[in-house]
Ligand binder design. Sequence first.
Ligand SMILES: [Zn+2]
Length: 420
Amino acid sequence: MQKALTIMAFILIVTVIFFGINMEPSDTPSDKVITIENLEEIKPVPPVDFYGFQKDLFTYEEARVQRNESLYLILRRHGLSPRQIYNIQQESRDKVNLNRMMPGQYYRIYYYEDEPVSFIWRQSATQYVSLGWQDDLLVENGSIPINKKMKEATGVIHNSLYQSILSNGYSRYLGSELAEIFAWEIDFFALRQGDHYKVYYEELYAGDELIGIGDIKAAEFQHRGQVYRAYHFENDQRRGYFDADGNSLEKELLKAPFRYNQRVSSGFSANRFHPILQRNRPHYGTDYAAPEGTPVLAVGDGVVTEAQRRGGNGNIVQIRHNASYRTAYLHLSGFAPGIRRGAKVEQGQVIGYVGQTGLATGPHLCYRLYINDRPVNSVTADLPASESLEEEFMEEFRVIIHRMDDILNQLELVEQIASN
Ligand SMILES: [Zn+2]
C-alpha cells in the first residue's frame, strides 16, 4: 500500500510538471488543489477495446458471416457443444433474434484463457449484440462510440470531382458534401480541367472502421480561376457555411416567380381533376391566375435548360439553379429577349410572360419546383435561407476564419495518378 501511494504521488508530480510546462500562461489555474480523493481520477485504467473487453485478458477472432452460415455453425466450429448452443439460443430468444444474422456482417469470438466465452454480432456500423456465457448467459445490445478524426484532402479535377476524390483515395462521401456546400456558387456540371479543391474535415470512426464523414470545417474550391472558400460555423443559434464576410453560401429562391402577389388558382396535388382532360391526374405545380402578359421572373440564379414550345406544356422555360434545385414555367405567351437554352439568368430577371399556350383553359402560369428531380410543393417547401451571419457572431467567426485559412494555405495540392 505504501509503495502504491509512492507510485501514485510520483505520477501526480509528473502530471503536474507535464501540464505545467504546456499550460498557456492565461490558463494557469491558481486554486485547483489536488487531494488524495481525486487521485483516483488519474489512476491508469486498463485498456479495453470498444466492445468493453480488457485487452490484456481476452483474445479474439473476427470474421464475416458467410452465406448459409448460422450462429450454430459458427459456434460449433469454435468448439461449443450442441447443448451449449441450444441453451444460448433458448435463453437469448426474448432479447435478440439470432436467425437474422446476414452474410457479410462481422462477428467476433472472444477467448479467455483459450476458452471461447463470448460472441459479438455486429449488426451495423454502430450497433452490436453481445452474448456471453462465461457464467450465466448475458445478452446485451451495445453501441460503438463514434470517434472523430480531423483529415485533410486536396485534388485537381481532370474528369470529374467524384473521380478525383476516389483516385486520391478519399471517402466517396466527401464529393457529395463538397458539392452540397458550394452548390450555389459553382456549377458542378461545368467543372473545368484544373479546377481544384482543398478540404479540412472530420472523419467518423466506429472503433477503427471509417463509417462516414462529419462536418467539413473549411473548404476551398477553385473554379475557372476564381477561388471560393467556405467556413463552417456552428453555435446554439446558427449553423451553416459562410464566406469570409459572413455571407451564407446558400442562396434563396423566390417563393413565387412574380413581382407582385398573384392568386393561386390551383395548388400542388397528388390527384386533381383536370378540367380539360376530364380525369384525375396529379398536379405537380402551382397555378397562378395572372393576367395575360404578366412578366414571369426567374426565382433564382441559374442556367436555362429549356425554352421552347412543347405539347400540352405550351411555351415552357426550365431553369437549373444548382445540382439539386430546378424550376419550370409553363403556358407562357412568349419568351423574354435572350431566353434560350444555355442562357444564364439572375434571380428576378424576366424570362417570359403569362399566357395560355398548351393545355390551358385561360391565362395562367403553372410554376413547378423540383428538388433532386422530384416535384415538390413550392408554396409549402422549406426553401434555403440566405441570411448572413449576425454581427454578434462575427468576432467568434473571424477567429475560425483565421485558423482555417492557416490550415488551407499550407495544404499542398495532390495530383491524382493519371488514369486512362
Ligand atoms: Zn399547373
